[in-house]
Write a protein that binds this ligand. Structure first.
Ligand SMILES: [Cu+2]
Length: 304
């Protein structure tokens, strides 16, 4: 009885331990992941699809290796056990076997590394980007600068921070229910912002990612990548979203006490709609500059 109880408790513990990191990831997927979603999200970009394919390729390879290795081990242990009169062989080297078990893993590694390298090269290729957005991580918010679209410079920039309702709810003894923080019926506690990053669909967008104080990391799982935002360094990435929608993410580098309170929201809209929004923002952003002698970029206008 005690043994069965121990097993049950520890199975429960194992499941709980497995569920903790999963639930951490689950909250950041497209709005919210499905309960018990165990796998990576396929995402909404070509890059994320490629990453998913490479990931599944690696996973299935591991499964096959696991079945073969453990199968051989378990079979050998039962088939050649002492009680059945098995006698251990006395040889200790076999060059043929050693060559085989060196070459096969090399081939497997090449099979895994080849597609992974291809994806990484394509992820680094920002050529042909139609739009540039600069992302700056701050303690504990994100700064977005629309640098250019189709080669035309823009002066739109704003700060994106945790939405006011999540912010109030998170306060100690706020008495507010985190489950009541919702957008379109989905729980967005700590996953919503005041000003989302609005981007156009079907556009190759280059991101310049940096940090304003400490190291942060800009991560939207649906886009397929995560990039460190390091002070003094500009990292670059790109995306091309084909499906309009709201994509949520979080800072993925422990950056201080409010690391868990600087979510990311990317709102992808059709290009025409985006340009309309951007031009309106640009007009507001450059308005004070028209009275000045220089066309200096104004400070943070409201967005969206
Ligand atoms: Cu951060």
């Amino acid at each position: 009885m005690k043994g069965a109880g121990w097993l049950r408790n520890n199975l429960g513990l194992a499941v709980a331990v497995a569920a903790v990191p999963l639930s951490m990831f689950a909250g950041t997927a497209h709005a919210l992941a499905k309960p018990w979603q165990l796998n990576l999200t396929k995402g909404v970009t070509q890059t994320s699809h490629e990453i998913y394919t490479v990931h599944m390729w690696g996973f299935y390879t591991c499964c096959v290796i696991g079945v073969i290795v453990f199968g051989a081990m378990i079979y050998s242990m039962f088939k050649f056990r002492k009680s059945k009169g098995a006698v251990a062989a006395t040889w200790s080297h076999n060059s043929k076997a050693e060559i085989v078990w060196t070459i096969i893993p090399i081939l497997i590694l090449i099979m895994l590394a080849w597609p992974a390298t291809k994806v990484m090269i394509s992820m680094a290729d920002v050529s042909g980007a139609q739009m540039v957005v600069k992302v700056t991580g701050y303690q504990w918010k994100w700064g977005y600068d629309y640098v250019s679209v189709d080669g035309k410079p823009y002066h739109v920039n704003f700060i994106s921070r945790l939405d006011p309702l999540s912010d109030k709810t998170r306060e100690l003894k706020s008495g507010l229910d985190p489950w009541a923080v919702k957008v379109d019926g989905q729980n967005t506690y700590l996953l919503d912002v005041d000003h989302p990053l609005v981007v156009p669909t079907d556009t190759k967008i280059q991101f310049l990612i940096t940090g304003g104080d400490v190291i942060h990391a800009w991560w939207v799982p649906e886009l397929g990548w995560k990039q460190d935002a390091i002070p003094g360094i500009i990292n670059t990435d790109w995306t091309n979203i084909h499906e309009p929608g709201i994509y949520r993410g979080q800072c993925a580098e422990l950056c201080g006490q409010d690391h868990g309170f600087m979510p990311i929201v990317v709102k992808a809209v059709p290009k025409a709609e985006f340009m309309q929004w951007l031009e309106a923002q640009e007009a507001a952003a450059t308005k004070p500059a028209t009275t000045a002698t220089t066309a200096a970029a104004p400070t943070a206008p409201a967005a969206g």
